[in-house]
Every structure is written in C-alpha cells, then in structure tokens.
Design a protein around this ligand. Structure first.
Ligand code: HEC
Ligand code: HEC
Length: 147
C-alpha cells in the first residue's frame, strides 16, 4: 500500500512534535532563576547546592519541607519560622513537574535530559545524580546550558 508510507512519516513527525512540547521542554530549563532568598541559600546549601525553586513544582517542595526530620536519611530540621519562610519562597517560585516526586532527578524532564552512560554516575567526581555542579559548573547560578 503506497499511502501507508507518508502516513507513517506524518505520525512520526507528530510524535516528535508532541515529545518536544510540554511544560518542561529544553529551552525552559537552560536557565533557571537563581536562589535569591538568603535563608534558603544558607540552610539548603549546607549539604548540597541550594536547588533553585524552579526545578520542582510547589507540591514537591511542600513534601520536601514536610519531611526535613528524615531528609534522605539526614536530619535537616529547621526552626519553625525559617522553615516557613523557606517553604514560602520555594513554593511561590516553584516550577512544573510531577508533585508526587520529591527528587528533581526523578522528574521526567530531568531523566530525558540525562540519558547518559550509567557508568558516568559511578565516577568519583560525580558521586550522585543530585551533584549538579559536578557537570554544570554554574549550576549554583541556575545555568544549565550545554557547555
Ligand atoms: C544535613 C544535610 C542536608 C540539608 C541541610 C539539606 N539537605 Fe537536601 N539532601 C541531603 C541529602 C543527603 C540528599 C540526598 C542526595 C542524593 O541521594 O543524591 C538530599 C537531597 C535533596 C533533594 C533531592 C535531590 C535530587 O536527587 O533530585 C532536594 C530537592 C533537597 N535535598 C532539598 C533540600 C532543601 C529544600 C533543603 C533545605 C530546607 C535541604 N535539602 C537541606 C542532605 C541535606
Ligand atoms: C554526570 C553529569 C551531570 C549531572 C550530575 C547533572 N547533569 Fe544536567 N545535564 C548533563 C548533560 C550532559 C546535559 C545535556 C543533555 C542534553 O543536552 O541532551 C544536561 C542537561 C541538563 C539540563 C538541560 C539544559 C538544556 O540545555 O536544556 C538541565 C536543566 C540540567 N541538566 C539540570 C541538572 C540538575 C538540576 C542537576 C542536579 C540535580 C543535574 N543536571 C545533574 C549532565 C549532568
């Protein structure tokens, strides 16, 4: 059937377009607004880079803030007033994504962007997926463009 060929091509084209559209396409994430809230920078930048609020949706930030007493096995509890201020800053400046997931590195858009050789994550200089700065030198400023 001759007509099936162009039809298949059109389907692939549309599928490609659909994949590139969506709340978290590439260009939206090349630059993420940097952290401008001093308490967040300080308290959430102690053990890892202070992740920019735009990297997670508000529901995820609420989950993170609800679970600080057991934060990935660490105790990251804060006095109530600073926790409230940090929560407000993160949720008011939140981005999009799946609010059921508390990890940036489990969000669909993040996984799509990081289909790297699994061995990469084992390198001593990387250590963990969450170690953004190992690969994005200026991640602390919200810059993630390809270098
Ligand atoms: C006592 C150390 C500590 C402090 C303080 C801390 N974290 Fe974490 N955080 C961790 C550890 C450990 C992990 C898990 C790292 C991993 O598994 O790669 C983590 C992971 C995360 C992740 C998930 C990263 C990913 O894999 O996508 C988010 C989001 C996060 N922290 C947010 C925060 C926020 C917000 C604050 C401030 C309220 C904070 N953290 C303070 C230790 C800390
Ligand atoms: C092992 C190295 C590595 C680590 C660690 C890493 N990334 Fe990436 N990241 C990459 C590479 C390589 C690309 C480019 C992928 C592409 O262009 O298809 C990328 C792409 C991105 C992009 C898209 C940039 C654009 O041009 O659209 C964002 C945003 C991003 N990373 C954020 C993060 C965040 C946030 C973290 C930490 C939670 C992180 N990355 C950890 C290697 C890494």
């Amino acid at each position: 059937m001759r007509s099936s060929l162009p039809r298949a091509a059109l389907f692939l084209l549309l599928a490609g377009v659909v994949v590139n559209v969506g709340p978290a396409n590439a260009s939206q994430f090349e630059r993420v607004a940097p952290v401008t809230h001093a308490p967040t920078q300080k308290e959430c930048g102690e053990c890892h880079m202070a992740f920019q609020p735009g990297l997670l949706p508000a529901a995820s930030w609420n989950r993170v803030m609800d679970g600080l007493s057991d934060h990935f096995g660490e105790k990251a509890s804060l006095p109530a007033d600073s926790a409230a201020a940090i929560r407000a800053y993160l949720t008011q400046n939140a981005g999009g994504g799946d609010g059921r997931l508390i990890r940036i590195t489990e969000q669909d858009w993040w996984r799509r962007k990081h289909r790297l050789d699994p061995a990469v994550w084992q390198r001593k200089t990387v250590g963990a997926k969450s170690n953004c700065e190992a690969c994005h030198r200026d991640a602390g400023k919200g810059l993630y463009e390809d270098e």
